[in-house]
Write a protein that binds this ligand. Structure first.
Ligand code: FAD
Length: 470
């Protein structure tokens, strides 16, 4: 059964589950749920449901499953792939987790935090910090994104090099299945070898297999000190070698290792008021951070790197404000691209050792496609994850440049495939890249994914068309 336009009777039954106040039908009130912040994905829906409990989510899905009503789960609405906003045909009902925000439990001995799916990432970090623990997931959207969305996209962010992706931070889940059954898998176990790992099916599934309503996440001791350096390196290969050296000499205390192209730094200075942390320019920079290092460890290892020719200049932050200034050079890049005209973005990963080859080959391929393109390459080099953003040539018509979005994706993704990489490192597939799945997955892999979808959601009501093309 494919999903149908919900009848007035179905909408009334769904609204009765949450109560009139939490079933929004007024277009103006629904607006914030219908569009994401860049206005790229804008949709329509007959109703927004805001359940307050797992029981209510369960009753909603049971009705939706019976009536063939498509449901789009939404947490913080910061996703970048069109997964959390409805299509514009007005058939899909939006289910927001924004009332399910409870921090259920923080256990400093088990090093766990149990939360409802609508808790914002920031509130989870703060609740952990209040018990002197670290919840290490950190994204620029952390004030708005919610843990259900982080899990459903398997979000990455700044500290993956040390603590892993959201998947690695999760111990247990509670999930409502398409037919309304509730799976309570809220375990705190570090070891549990009892058969198939169901939890991992729902992580990164972008709401296509079930709705996550609560989770148990891992906590860590809070680092007592950091050493942060802004480093000039002659090439991406030098950055790869520097990363190996840093891991080795620091005793694996590297918690961030971001690469920044000179042009990316230049535009943050030009448009966002960032200050150059070094006296002169270099083709590439690395922003690196050690947690709880032996005092002076950063300076010692930079000296060693200087001797090896891996580093040409560096500044080590002497205060919290200098550390924040270094980080702002990284965090302001995306917004600094806007005044440079059109920009075509890619969130790719390759094995760390192949980042230099990726940058060289992708730059060559894109330059051939659109001569004069400018490369705003930056990102989580320590994870092999580059935000490969291309700004239009100066003077080119913006619309003409953006019209080549798919053609540019094609040439970049060809390089990614050749190097054994992934076309989505951390943002997911959503509607944006679903059509590419048959190209990037083998028939066996795609077949297993479709079988799982059919088994867990036989009526296709959960986020149709996301991840798997219809
Ligand atoms: P939403 O946008 O609401 O949803 C995302 C997807 O998950 C959708 O498909 C939705 O249907 C599904 N979903 C949501 N909640 C549930 C649920 N409870 N159960 C089942 N499915 C659900 N991402 C990174 O990985 N790393 C970054 O560094 C990063 N930086 C960002 C910076 C900015 C400024 C912005 C705007 C975004 C950034 N993102 C980043 C992308 C985004 O913040 C992440 O994908 C985040 O994890 C999405 O969480 P959310 O709560 O906003 O989810």
């Amino acid at each position: 059964m494919t999903h149908k336009t919900p009848t007035p009777d179905t909408l009334d039954r769904l609204a009765a589950v949450v109560g009139g106040k939490h079933a929004i039908r007024n277009t103006a009130e629904m607006d914030g749920y219908m569009r994401e912040w860049r206005q790229i994905w804008v949709g329509r829906s007959p109703m927004v449901l805001r359940p307050g409990s797992t029981g209510e989510v369960s009753r909603i899905l049971a009705i939706a499953n019976e009536t063939g009503t498509a449901i789009v789960p939404q947490s913080g609405n910061t996703g970048l792939c069109g997964g959390q906003t409805p299509t514009d045909d007005g058939h899909e009902v939006l289910l927001s987790l924004d009332r399910m925000t409870r921090i259920i439990d923080v256990d400093a001995n088990d090093n766990t935090i149990t939360v409802e799916a609508g808790a914002t990432l920031k509130s989870v970090q703060d609740a952990a910090a209040a018990k002197d623990r670290l919840f290490p997931l950190s994204l620029a959207s952390e004030g708005s994104c919610r843990i259900g969305g982080n899990l459903s996209t398997n979000a990455g962010g700044l500290n993956v090099i040390a603590y892993g992706n959201t998947r690695d931070l999760c111990l247990g889940l509670e999930v409502v299945l398409a037919d309304g059954r509730v799976w309570n898998g809220l375990k705190r176990l570090r070891k549990d070898n009892t058969g198939y790992d169901l939890r991992n099916l729902f992580i990164g599934a972008e709401g296509t297999l079930g709705i996550i309503t609560a989770a148990v996440m891992k906590l860590y001791p809070r680092p007592k000190s950091h050493e942060t350096a802004f480093i000039a390196v002659p090439s991406p290969q030098a950055a790869v070698d520097l990363l190996s050296l840093m891991k080795e000499l620091s005793g694996n205390r590297v918690v961030a290792f971001e690469i920044i192209a000179d042009f990316a730094l230049e535009i943050t200075i030009r448009h966002a008021g960032a200050r150059h942390p070094l006296a002169s320019s270099s083709p590439w920079y690395v922003l690196a951070e050690l947690a709880d290092p032996v005092r002076g460890a950063m300076e010692a290892l930079l000296e060693s790197a200087l001797e090896k020719g891996l580093v040409t200049d560096a500044a080590v932050a002497q205060s919290d404000s200098q550390r924040a200034a270094f980080w702002s050079c990284r965090e302001l890049i995306s917004e600094s691209q806007k005044p440079e005209g059109g920009s075509i973005k890619h969130d790719i990963s390759v094995p760390v050792s192949r980042v230099p080859a990726f940058l060289e080959q992708a730059d060559a391929a894109v330059s051939q496609l659109i001569p004069g393109s400018r490369f705003v390459s930056f990102g989580h080099m320590g994870d092999g994850n580059i935000h490969y953003n291309v700004s239009q040539p100066p003077g080119m018509d913006k619309t003409a440049f953006l019209d080549s979005w798919n053609a540019m994706n094609d040439v970049v993704f060809d390089v990614v495939a050749k190097l054994g990489g992934s076309i989505s490192a951390e943002h997911g597939i959503g509607r944006l890249k679903a059509y590419r799945m048959p190209k990037i997955k083998s028939a066996v892999e795609l077949g297993m994914m479709r079988d799982l979808k059919r088994m867990l959601d036989p009526n296709g009501i959960l986020n149709p068309g996301r991840v798997l093309p219809e």
